[in-house]
Design a binder for this molecule. Structure first.
Ligand code: GLA
Length: 385
């Protein structure tokens, strides 16, 4: 046996152990750019971010939209955990913001109206009487520029210049979101926004997660924990009344891991289900744990942390079986869940909510991290959650 054999043997054992741990050989990290069709006469590109550990994220320049996210299940098999369409056409038709970056102001503004610096602005209304997710043609419906961010982790920066007056908003606003696969198990989103006039900003990502894989069923069996003692009470059009109500003793109590289906019928609403903003515990502006989701059959778990003070937990109530997505799967009610990290809804009209206003010449920064892991059978809780 040569003196080098033990080292080589150790290396082989280590490689085998790594392969066994993740269920497949590790490859190199890379970013590929593929053509993905055209929107409004502009070419749309799809960026495929592949991590050396196997995780894959696909993001297109239309809406800076996450179209696919592959993470391993308990057996190490990769599976897609977000809803979406196989081609651009699906996204160009009327669809509920699958994977999109939404803004300039995500969530609702009552009657699309607010007053800023002594001027009252009227925005587009696109959700009954209210403004929702940036209006008729929000950030989700425009083609962004993109560039690969150099470095060891697969990373792409998407940039969009939203002109003064777009959807009624004041100021030229430059927004960027960087998608990175960090530490081989995180999808990290870093937002930066600047403006030349004071304007409201509240950007978020609208991915619908189904950790079991959408072909296997809905999300009512997903076990959710939220680091939130309070939520914002809403009226019939989902506009906050201003009250921050303790979740204790209500179907909103996810302080301990709870299956989504357990109390969903008690939530009410039309359609019935969760579509509420929760107040994230912890100091504003710092990276706080938002919550976690666990899917018992696949073993996949997702932990969300964010610098945002709130999270809209949406249980896919409006999905009604009329949309067929990737792999021919029909998306029925409760087929995906969104955890939209954000400022509170209608913050422009509530002085007790953290302000949406971005002052001219200042920079808005926001980070949200989705970290994926697997848990053994039977274990529903993990860590603090
Ligand atoms: C958000 C809203 C919901 C709905 C979905 C998209 O989650 O809060 O009411 O608009 O987006 O359908």
């Amino acid at each position: 046996m040569s003196p080098r054999t033990p080292a080589r043997l150790l290396a082989t054992i280590a490689l085998f152990a790594l392969t066994a741990a993740v269920g497949r050989p590790a490859g190199a990290s890379k970013v590929e750019k593929l053509p993905f069709g055209q929107a409004g006469g502009k070419a749309v590109d799809l960026y495929v971010l592949t991590d050396s550990g196997g995780m894959v994220a696909k993001v297109m320049t239309y809406g800076a939209t996450l179209t696919e996210l592959d993470t391993p299940d308990r057996s190490g098999d990769l599976g897609d955990v977000v809803l979406g369409f196989p081609t651009l056409d699906g996204y160009l038709a009327k669809e509920p913001y699958f994977g999109a970056t939404v803004g300039r102001v995500g969530n609702r503004i009552a009657r699309g109206r607010f007053t800023l610096d002594g001027h009252t602005y009227q925005l587009a209304t696109n959700d009954g009487p209210n403004h929702l997710h940036g209006g008729l043609k929000g950030f989700d419906k425009v083609v962004w520029d993109a560039e690969v961010v150099p470095g060891p982790a697969p990373s792409v920066r998407f940039t969009y210049l939203s002109p003064d007056g777009e959807e009624g908003y004041p100021g030229n606003c430059r927004v960027s979101v960087v998608y990175t696969i960090a530490n081989s198990d995180e999808l990290r989103l870093d937002y930066t926004v600047t403006t030349d006039r004071d304007t409201p900003v509240n950007v978020t990502n609208h991915s619908y997660f189904n950790l079991g894989g959408a072909e296997k069923g809905g999300i009512l069996g997903h076990v959710v924990a939220l680091n939130a003692d309070r939520y914002t009470v809403v009226d019939a059009t989902l506009i906050p009344t201003g009250e921050l109500r303790p979740v204790k003793g209500t179907p909103m109590d996810f302080r301990l891991p709870t299956a989504i289906g357990e109390h969903i019928k008690e939530v009410g609403g039309n359609p019935v289900g969760y579509d509420h903003n929760f107040v994230v515990n912890g100091p504003a502006g710092q990276l706080n744990l938002v919550g976690s989701v666990f899917e018992p059959n696949s073993g996949r778990a997702m932990e969300v942390s964010s610098t945002e003070p709130g999270v809209q937990f949406y249980s896919g109530n409006f999905l009604d079986g009329t949309i067929t997505g990737k792999r021919g799967v029909t998306y029925r009610q409760y087929w995906g869940l969104a955890l939209e990290t954000q400022h509170f809804p209608d913050a422009m009209n509530h002085d007790n909510f953290l302000s949406d206003v971005l002052k001219a010449g200042t920079t808005y920064r926001s980070t949200t991290i989705y970290r994926f892991s697997v848990r053994p059978t039977g274990q529903i809780a993990g860590g603090k959650n």
